[in-house]
Ligand binder design. Structure first.
Ligand code: F6P
Length: 346
């Protein structure tokens, strides 16, 4: 048996740990393994690289991906799809292990139905994949955002400022909610829970009246903010530029929020957009362990011929489920979890 492994979509810490786990488990089962370079693009161009124990030695703590990644969508045109299938058939591969997020899982499922046996390994700092409690990269991103909030606290307090921290997460607020709770955010704005600007201002004033002359607002990049209750007027407009998968390119909400707050209050405001810092650097121990467990399980599944599935973690158990189920919806922040965060607002 020979498998191909690829990393697709945005990178994140823990990808190399997953690649290492896949290779080490494959070698132990006498399965040959090729790296498919730069995500699905590698199958479009037949760009493979044989992997062995030596090629993954020392990569466990490294951020990024030794295979490279792109956001190329191979389903964009029928020609691209055909080319990938043709190249796979001509290759020595019996299956593909795709380490990726929502877009990669959608593509994996489509190709699985088209005759390329695939198995998904979930990674994304956004943690929005259905069917797994946690995705590779999320824990590290939350830690990075929490560290940033801790640092912003001290300078916010010295200068009596309102600090807005914009975090990534696409259409879900997992990073904002978790880093906001861990870092003691005074308000956390996430896409799942529309927030009123008037309420936000009330919270800031409430803090000031308690003698707290600084505040930290954690805002997720796709948060919804409205003028008041009744949600009549949306204050922050969503950007419209899209990537290859048709996903909106987000970013910049922190500045917009600052502008609106500045118009209505006298607080001194500063904005930090954490951006791709959240995707860089060495993975946490949790991410390394998760990546290792998921990588090994993906190869185990392939070895027993169970393709068309994604591995995941539920509770502390490694599980797998059909890709068909995974691609149906995204995993949003549990309202009860957000309620917990709200206890500490203001
Ligand atoms: O999906 C991961 C993610 O980092 C999102 O949180 C963010 O919206 C997007 O990717 C950024 O994409 P890019 O790396 O293409 O700018």
């Amino acid at each position: 048996m020979k498998l191909g492994v690829l990393t697709g979509g945005g990178d994140c810490p823990g990808l190399n740990a997953a690649i290492r786990a896949v290779v080490r488990r494959a070698v132990s089962l006498n399965i040959g393994i090729d790296g498919i370079l730069e995500g699905w693009k590698g199958l479009l161009t037949s760009h493979f690289r044989p992997l062995d124990i030596a090629s993954v030695s020392g990569i466990l703590p490294m951020g990024g991906t030794i295979l490279g990644t792109t956001r190329i969508n191979p389903l964009k045109t029928p020609e691209m799809k055909r080319k990938v299938i043709e190249n796979f058939r001509r290759s020595p591969l019996d299956g593909v292990l795709a380490i990726g997020g929502e877009g990669t899982m959608r593509v994996s499922y489509a190709f699985h139905k088209a005759g390329i046996p695939t198995i998904g390994i979930p990674k994304t700092i956004d943690n929005d994949l259905w069917g797994t409690d946690v995705t590779i990269g999320f824990d590290t991103a939350v830690q990075i955002a929490t560290d940033a909030i801790d640092r912003l606290h001290t300078t916010a307090e010295s200068h009596h400022r309102v600090m807005i921290v914009e975090v990534m997460g696409r259409h879900t607020g997992w990073i904002a909610a978790c880093a906001g709770i861990a870092g003691g955010g005074d308000a956390i704005l996430i896409p799942e829970v529309p927030f009123s600007l008037n309420h936000l201002i009330r919270l800031l004033k409430q803090r000031a009246s308690r003698g707290k002359n600084f505040s930290i607002i954690v805002v997720s990049e796709d948060a919804r903010l409205y003028e008041g209750v009744g949600r009549k007027k949306k204050i922050l407009k969503t950007p419209t530029k899209k990537d290859e998968y048709g996903d909106i390119k987000l970013g910049g909400i922190g500045m917009l929020l600052a502008r609106e707050l500045q118009k209505r209050t006298s607080f001194e405001i500063r904005v930090t957009e954490l951006g791709h810092v959240q995707r860089g650097g060495t993975p946490t121990a949790y991410d390394r362990i998760l990546a290792t467990r998921l990588g090994v399980e993906a190869v185990n599944l392939a070895h027993s011929g169970k393709f068309g599935r994604m591995v995941g973690i539920q509770g502390n158990k490694i599980i797998s489920l059909p890709l068909q189920q995974v691609v149906k919806k995204i995993k949003t922040v549990d309202p009860a979890f957000y309620k917990l965060a709200e206890v500490f607002f203001g």
